[in-house]
Design a protein around this ligand. Sequence first.
Ligand SMILES: NC(=O)C1=CN([C@@H]2O[C@H](COP(=O)(O)OP(=O)(O)OC[C@H]3O[C@@H](n4cnc5c(N)ncnc54)[C@H](O)[C@@H]3O)[C@@H](O)[C@H]2O)C=CC1
Ligand SMILES: O=C(O)CCC(=O)C(=O)O
Length: 525
Amino acid sequence: MPKVLISDKMDPKAAQIFRERGVEVDEITGKTPEELKAIIGEYDGLAIRSSTKVTQDILDAATNLKVVGRAGIGVDNVDIPAASARGVVVMNTPFGNSITTAEHAIALMFALARQLPEADASTQAGKWEKNRFMGVELTAKTLGLIGAGNIGSIVADRARGLKMKVVAFDPFLTPERAIEMGVEKVELDQLLARADFITLHTPLTDQTRNILSAENLAKTKKGVRIINCARGGLIDEAALKQGLDSGHIAGAALDVFVNEPAKESPLFGTPNFVSTPHLGASTTEAQVNVAIQVAEQMADYLVSGGVTNALNMPSLSAEEAPKLKPYMALAEKLGSLVGQLAHGALSSISIEVEGAAAELNQKPITGAVLAGLMRVHSDTVNMVNAPFLAKERGLEVREVRNEREGDYHTLVRVTVRTEAGDRSVAGTLFGNQAPRLVELFGIKVEADLAGHMLYIVNEDAPGFIGRLGTTLGEAGVNIGTFHLGRRQAGGEAILLLSVDEPVTPELAAKVRSLPGVRTAMALAF
Ligand SMILES: NC(=O)C1=CN([C@@H]2O[C@H](COP(=O)(O)OP(=O)(O)OC[C@H]3O[C@@H](n4cnc5c(N)ncnc54)[C@H](O)[C@@H]3O)[C@@H](O)[C@H]2O)C=CC1
Ligand SMILES: O=C(O)CCC(=O)C(=O)O
């Protein structure tokens, strides 16, 4: 039974779903990285929010880990390249907390417009400072939206409901989508110059880090109010403090900080500064949504191989997974076969699906071929890290889909380009389930790729099979199955033998020395 650790506070629905789906679950929150390292080796899955940092160090200790599930959107607390390299799928729940976070941004916008936190503190201190607090209306003001994705578009919708004009900067926002959202698409400088309020809704990337730098803050309108419910690091906090102190910035509200938990900050105590401790997603509704979603996604993956919302792997629905399973077994065997047989550097690989296979999601088939191919060099390769390793090695990957049936109702063909030319193998599924090799380097064969095998190319001449049988018998190696393919009688023949014992390098060399043998190699599946 797969075992999952929930390491951040999560709605109890998550644990309930894991158990209902046959996944054992432990809820252990508040561990230090060292403590987490000590226990993570036991688990197949790790369910987190934002507190747990899934670093390279943690991943190195996570010897059984298959999936990290983030109950939320941002995955900047997960080292995705390190997870990918270890073959760990990283999933998030991209929509479950969007409305809640958008509402928090709107709440902070009101808090700034009417100085609600300061007015509240003053009133409860018995001061009744009616003349101290003079707010601004939101109606007819311009809201500058930086990032117009899921959350940004909900914020825009709510702001339009408040009769604000919304201008948006997002390099990936199409003009059509801007019209649909009812926002004006602008460049960043225009937004900075025009906005009365600015709200940030981008991930933290190399392009967005410090997007509100000192230089950009200086370009804002005097009296601007700024809200950040996305990620710390989008705003230069020191420059923000200066802007507030000088009065150029009339207010700033941060839910997120460069260093979290932000137990101290030069911004704390600054007039017109409002803060919340990364509460954007903290509503009952959002936490139930993300807990259910993350548990369902992780259980699907661990129990049936379904992949949803993975950041480092193509999606594969739980419905598709059983259909694709035999194809993935076939694909992995074909990848392994070309990996074992093709010598020297490979420059490209083409994965062609034909007939019934062409109706399926091809990405997992490609991933399985690459995993089989790469596993020849490293046994830590799986479908998650194989595409990354292939890219790292400069292997060009092509996918070809051919809906017309050929000789077989379904076929997967893998062709690699080597220094010696193209090498192609193809396989089908017997009874839609059993993987069979049907073509090897242009020669028709029919073999099950399993266990220990011996691959031989020889000149098709009488007497050879007897000599081979004797050689194997003398070495105490029993032949299980025997498959022969040849271009024409008396030409080049290929033999694929399954054997009950491993073929030693010495035995392979002995077979190679038999008359007529061009090559002989041990294979393992
Ligand atoms: N405070 C909190 O508790 C929460 C914070 N978040 C944060 O909110 C962020 C946004 O979430 P979603 O809207 O769901 O993500 P999303 O992926 O739907 O939208 C992000 C948008 O940013 C845009 N973008 C990317 N690079 C940009 C750039 N250089 N300049 C301008 N725009 C750029 C993208 O095109 C995209 O439209 C997340 O990355 C997450 O970190 C999300 C949920 C809760
Ligand atoms: O889990 C949380 O409270 C934070 C949510 C968040 O930042 C996100 O989903 O990106």
